[in-house]
Design a protein around this ligand. Structure first.
Ligand code: HPA
Length: 311
């Protein structure tokens, strides 16, 4: 089956259970998963219920789409992502963000946990991503180009939208949340880097290193969708930190900074929305109520599928 057919099949499966049209997409990285408790949830679809979808194999990583509202803004959350190091192809890794775009998201906020390379950062620094280096992992666009998604050779001169970055910066300032800016470099993982690699990345101009995000940003830009990204520096990178790196420490710092991160994302989405769609009338909930037809989609097990209707 071609890539676009695979994507379309996933969209069709989702459309059988909901006609919800998100305007914003939010990818919840480590540290931001609690954000789903902040929104008014309409429904959830585990990736495992979507045909042909990659499913996370990492312990502690959820894998589901959550549909709901940030104030009156219809949003789709990716609660958990799959990573290249799990053995999926880059094309598969970016399927969930592509689906967000195909369902209607006009812009996507990407978040992640990363290791700090810039020596003026510290554990818990929030970094607005202003550019990226993805040359150490394959492009998600390798393979036949699907013209209906985007052009063969897409421009990447402003991956992270300048206007959206300015809104996030202003939002942080008005909420008294400290935020830095920098270049995010994606590695394949799953091993953390060696000190020599971190020195090389520093020379190349990277401020933070992580195992996700850059590939998603490329796929979204390919589709012409606006992107903004925030990284939570959960640890100083190998060799800069005197400590050995562990996933538990990454999760620990992410949990500590979680509340601030959630507040920044919530307010940024509200401000981005007001600026991008100034005259839009508030969405009326009844129009957005998902059409639920469970029987059509999954004829056996719906135990994980949850639709919460708002009165
Ligand atoms: N390296 C790569 N990925 C990461 C790190 C790191 O130090 N911290 C969190 N994700």
């Amino acid at each position: 089956m071609s890539y676009i057919d695979q994507l379309q099949k996933a969209v069709d499966a989702i459309r059988k259970v909901t006609n919800f049209k998100p305007e914003a997409g939010i990818v919840l990285g480590s540290g931001l998963s609690g954000f789903s408790e902040d929104i008014r949830v309409l429904g959830k679809i585990p990736y495992s219920k979507i045909p042909g979808f990659p499913v996370s194999t990492v312990e502690g990583h959820n894998g589901q789409f959550i549909f709901g509202y940030v104030e009156n803004i219809p949003v789709i959350l990716m609660d958990g992502r799959v990573h290249y190091y799990e053995g999926y192809s880059m094309q598969e890794v970016v399927m969930p963000v592509r689906i967000m775009g195909m369902l209607g998201a006009k812009y996507v906020l990407l978040s992640n946990a990363s290791g700090g390379i810039n020596k003026s950062f510290y554990e818990g620094t929030l970094m607005l991503i202003n550019d990226q280096i993805s040359s150490f992992v394959p492009s998600p666009l390798i393979g036949p180009n699907e013209q209906s998604l985007g052009v063969r050779f897409p421009d990447m001169s402003e991956i992270y939208d300048k206007q959206l970055r300015e809104i996030v910066t202003k939002t942080a300032r008005s909420n008294a949340i400290a935020i830095r800016e920098g270049v995010y470099l994606q590695v394949s993982g799953p091993n953390y880097e060696s000190p020599a690699e971190i020195k090389m990345f520093q020379t190349l101009g990277a401020d933070a290193v992580g195992m996700s995000t850059a590939c998603e940003a490329i796929a979204l830009r390919h589709m012409g969708i606006k992107v903004v990204g925030i990284s939570c520096i959960t640890n100083m990178a190998s060799g800069i930190s005197k400590k050995q790196l562990s996933h538990d420490d990454v999760k620990h710092t992410a949990a500590i900074i979680g509340n601030k991160f959630r507040q920044l994302v919530w307010n940024s989405v509200v401000n981005i929305h007001n600026e991008l769609f100034p005259k839009k009338k508030p969405v009326i909930e009844t129009e957005q109520k998902p059409k639920v037809d469970k029987k059509v989609m999954f004829d056996d097990d719906f135990s994980d599928f949850e639709i919460i209707n708002i009165k």
